[in-house]
Each structure stands twice: as structure tokens, then as C-alpha cells.
Write a new protein. Structure first.
Length: 85
């Protein structure tokens, strides 16, 4: 129930944005200050493809592995989803 409530809050938050806020997002400059690597500079597209998605997949994979190790009955389909036929 808590997970579903959190998902609902996230979806509500995403609904507060309009398409205009994403205009030129692929070329918008992004700068992150990190503890280990200092300042990282990206444009919007490289931020998504080279930083966000690898981090998302890493954390998703780790959560999946930890849940399996804890005995949660998960399989490949639970991770990658059902493939279209």
C-alpha cells in the first residue's frame, strides 16, 4: 500500500509539468556537483543517456538482486517484462 501511495504521489507530481517546460531539453546545459568526481557538465541528451539511464538500470538491477537474495520469488520476466510476440 505504501509503495502504491508513493507511485501515486510521483504520478501526481509529474502531472504538474506541461510540454513547454521540456522545450529544448535535449540541448539545455546541466551541471552536477558530485562528492567524488567534482563538477560534471552535460547537455540534456547526454545527461539522460550517459548518467540518468545507467544509474536507473544499476539501481533497478541491485534492488532486483537483493530481493532475489532475500527469497522474493522473482524471475527474468519480473525484471525485463513480458516480450511482445
Amino acid at each position: 500500500a505504501q509503495l502504491h501511495a508513493r507511485i501515486d504521489r510521483a504520478l501526481d507530481y509529474l502531472g504538474t509539468f506541461d510540454a513547454g517546460q521540456f522545450a529544448d531539453a535535449a540541448t539545455r546545459p546541466i551541471t552536477l556537483q558530485t562528492r567524488t568526481q567534482g563538477e560534471l557538465k552535460f547537455d540534456g541528451q547526454s545527461y539522460l543517456l550517459d548518467f540518468v539511464l545507467p544509474n536507473l538500470f544499476f539501481h533497478t538491477t541491485m534492488a532486483y538482486a537483493l530481493l532475489r537474495e532475500a527469497g522474493v520469488p522473482l524471475g527474468e520476466v519480473d525484471f525485463i517484462g513480458k516480450l511482445a510476440r
